[in-house]
Design a protein around this ligand. Structure first.
Ligand code: ADP
Ligand code: MG
Length: 753
């Protein structure tokens, strides 16, 4: 509930951005110190956030990187040090501005986690900025998916640690199972400095990071996959408007029952399997939602258009997709713990960040993280020419016009970057261009290893680069390409610079802006345009039934209402996403609070003698008897292991309970009760019961267990293998509740045993 103070503050702060003038004053003062600081042999930053600080870090960057930070970069740095999100356009040098801010925090003795959107950028930025940090007497490290636990521990010991948000989250989750303090990896969170802040803090906020433990081997479901492959869409089954749900028609039900020889209403187990197979078959598309590589299914991260490593769908669905692709089923397990990206970042007492597009989500940044946006102007004015959308009635006309435009632009030698909405589209376009004798380079989830080289070349004379949203973030495209062969940079500039073409508007204007931002960096010339058709998914999903005005003879829709319709569809999409985000958070918030409590408790058990004290108080005779027999130390260790085991076990079960509850609440809300109230009404006492349960089970175990024996053999068996994954938002709608729905299935089965 927004307090009056919040409302007033919101009102006063309109249009919602931070006043830059104090920062600008400091930066002006810093200029006066520049000459003097340059003479200094040793660089000491002085008080963080002052003119002295700015002058010194500027000099440090100049000496170590050969780049003298522009005034606007220092303004961005100061804004971040103040705990804001700095909005700075693409190519303005956020990596450096962010590193200066990170250095500022580190000089105040705070450990900084520089959060990237992927491993490639984490490593690139850490290595790139290393000389700067070292000049300031600071240490820096990075983590990637392949880092070992020891490498991770080492990286977290540095003043500044660069890591992809998923790696951070997985480390936090894995620490969650540690039974010996020496095995912990992640230190207590202090400062998170988030690159591409809108993407991480808003778009991916509700994505759950999941820790699962191996139990059963995977169950293959090839029969179901084979069965649904024979069904036809529209006749046997239907897909809802948004492509998020699929259901059998009466005809389909008959066919399935005959084929399987069962009555579907009598056999819920079969129905679950069938639904999963149908989902995999009808709602998930190869090369859009996932790709198959090395005989395995790899998810594609929708908002980044790249392969999401070590990520998988909740078990049943993963197995169904594997069966659909005729692959063997990978192992299954149960979800031991989970945290959303929002929950992960909210652990940090201090957050700040940077991105090219923050203002459009200013409201959400404030609502969910209490962050404000500082809009930093560009160093040189942007001269990119953003053309109005070219709108066509049909997808076919759009494609024709698109190919023609690419051909025309390419004929001049101008480099072109084409942003597609998904992998399949990038491949279709690649084919069509090749058929016309062109040789585009395709950058998509299938060849992410080559991304750096491809990106560096995208600004070269005559380059045609086709890319999913992957190239939309973090990459630096220089005119003229690589180390820019002499003269080619100015040749490209004369042609108008990089030309960015979007093959369709995204479901958020920020993604459009990110794509456009690939061109026109640092005052370079450049251009951008989007091709849109009345048959685009955005319009079908968010403005269904609203007719596109008639096209002119050349196929182009020039009627203003066409533009309005596209803008309307995009705003509806943004609204829907915000609502889903809010709603998910309403439910996950309580859970994450409870999770926080459990972890505090766990920490006390892990690091202290809380377990021993509790069991000694509850069962003094048993304690003394054991202590006499085997010594205090052994008993204490056993106490700790026992309580940790039950705490972790009960939490996993509680998670399952919450998901069941969340699922059932929808039904109750039909009876006009407020579903969220209902949810809270049960979730709170269930959590209290959890704590009692832990105590009860721990006492029972303590009474009977042989403390010198192997506890694992006495019912305290921990998962032998664990793995982590990130559940992507996809057309299937695997946001939090859907994940939990699936978890619920697994846990329900388990609890019955
Ligand atoms: P952003 O993240 O804002 O899109 P980057 O951090 O990737 O931008 O930097 C874009 C380019 O600008 C890089 O090639 C970088 O070396 C260059 N750059 C950044 N700051 C400066 C500076 N002060 N002087 C010269 N070049 C700079
Ligand atoms: Mg960047």
């Amino acid at each position: 509930m927004a307090s009056v103070r919040d409302i007033v503050r919101r009102f006063l702060d309109r249009p919602g951005s931070v006043d830059l003038s104090p920062y600008q004053r400091i930066v002006t003062e810093a200029a006066a110190l520049e000459a003097e600081v340059r003479e200094r042999e040793e660089l000491r930053a002085g008080e963080v956030g002052t003119a002295e600080f700015c002058a010194v870090v500027r000099e440090a960057a100049r000496r170590s990187l050969g780049e003298r930070p522009f005034d606007v970069q220092l303004v961005g740095t100061l804004a971040m040090l103040d705990g804001h999100v700095a909005q700075m356009a693409t190519g303005e040098g956020k990596t450096l501005a962010g590193a200066l801010a990170a250095a500022g925090f580190a000089l105040q003795g705070k450990q900084v986690h520089a959060v990237s959107v992927n491993d490639y950028l984490a490593r690139r930025d850490a290595e790139w900025m290393r000389p700067l940090y070292e000049t300031l007497g600071l240490t820096v490290g990075w983590i990637s998916e392949t880092s070992t636990p020891e490498e991770r521990r080492e990286a977290y010991r540095k003043d500044v640690t660069y890591a992809a948000v998923s790696e951070l989250g997985f480390d936090v989750l894995r620490d969650r199972l540690v039974t010996d303090p020496a095995d912990l990896i992640v230190p207590a969170p202090q400062v998170a400095l988030v690159d591409e802040a809108d993407s991480v803090l808003v778009d991916e906020a509700r994505v759950p990071l999941v820790l699962a433990g191996a139990a059963d081997p995977g169950t293959a479901v090839p029969e179901m996959a084979a069965l649904v492959r024979r069904l036809s869409r529209g006749y046997h089954y239907k897909v809802d408007q948004e492509g998020r749900a699929v259901f059998l028609t009466t005809k389909g039900t008959d066919t399935v029952e005959k084929a399987l020889g069962v009555d579907l209403y009598q056999d819920p187990g079969v129905v679950t399997g069938l639904n999963l197979a149908l989902h995999a078959h009808a709602l998930l598309t190869r090369d859009v939602d996932y790709i198959v590589r090395d005989g395995r299914v790899h998810l594609i991260n929708q908002s980044r258009g790249r392969v999401a490593l070590l990520q998988r769908w909740p078990d049943g669905l993963q197995a169904a997709v594997e069966a659909k692709e005729k692959l063997p089923a990978s192992e299954t397990g149960e979800i031991l713990d989970s945290i959303t990206i929002q929950g992960l970042l909210r652990r940090y007492p201090q957050i700040c960040g940077m991105t090219g597009t923050a203002l459009a989500v200013g409201e959400q940044l404030r609502e969910f993280y209490d962050l404000r946006v500082a809009v930093v102007p560009p160093n040189k004015p942007c001269v990119r020419v953003d053309e109005p959308d070219r709108i066509f009635a049909t997808a076919e006309r759009k494609l024709e016009a698109l190919l023609e435009e690419i051909g025309d632009q390419h004929a001049t030698g101008r480099p072109i970057l084409i942003g597609t909405l998904d992998v399949a589209e990038s491949e279709r376009l690649d084919e069509a261009l090749r058929a016309r004798g062109l040789s585009p380079v395709v950058l998509n989830a299938k060849n992410d290893a080559e991304e750096a080289a491809v990106i560096a070349g995208a600004g070269a004379l005559g380059a045609i680069t086709v890319s999913t949203q992957m190239a939309g973030r973090g990459t630096d495209i220089r005119l003229g390409g690589h180390a820019s062969a002499d003269g080619s940079e100015s040749a490209v500039a004369e042609l108008g610079g990089l030309y960015v073409i979007g093959t369709g508007r995204h479901d958020s204007s920020r993604l459009d802006d990110q794509l456009r931002g690939r061109a026109g960096r640092q005052g370079d010339p450049g251009g951008s345009v989007f091709f849109v058709s009345g048959e685009d998914e955005l319009l079908a999903a968010y403005a269904p039934g609203e007719p596109m005005p008639d096209a002119d003879a050349d196929g182009l829709v020039r009627d203003k209402r066409g533009d309005l319709l596209v803008g309307h569809a995009q705003r509806v999409a943004e609204g829907v996403n915000l609502e889903i985000h809010r709603n998910t958070w309403r439910y996950t918030r309580l859970m994450e609070e409870q999770r926080g409590h459990v972890l505090e408790l766990r920490d006390r058990v892990l690091h202290g003698d809380a377990a021993t004290q509790a069991l000694k108080d509850a069962l003094p005779e048993r304690y003394n008897e054991l202590a006499e027999a085997v010594g205090d130390e052994t008993v204490e260790r056993a106490c700790r292991q026992i309580v940790l085991f039950h705490l972790d076990r009960c939490w996993t079960e509680h998670l399952g309970f919450l998901s069941d509850l969340r699922e059932g609440i929808h039904l109750r809300s039909l009876g006009r009760l407020n579903p969220l109230d209902e949810f809270n009404k049960e979730a709170v006492p269930a959590y209290r019961a959890l704590l009692d349960e832990v105590e009860q089970r721990s006492k029972e175990t303590f009474e009977t267990v042989d403390v010198t024996g192997d506890l694992a053999d006495q019912g305290l068996k921990r998962p032998t293998a664990t793995w982590t994954y990130l559940v992507q938002d996809n057309p299937f709608g695997s946001d939090w509740d859907r994940v939990l729905q699936r978890v619920a299935g697994v846990l329900k089965r388990r609890r019955k045993k």
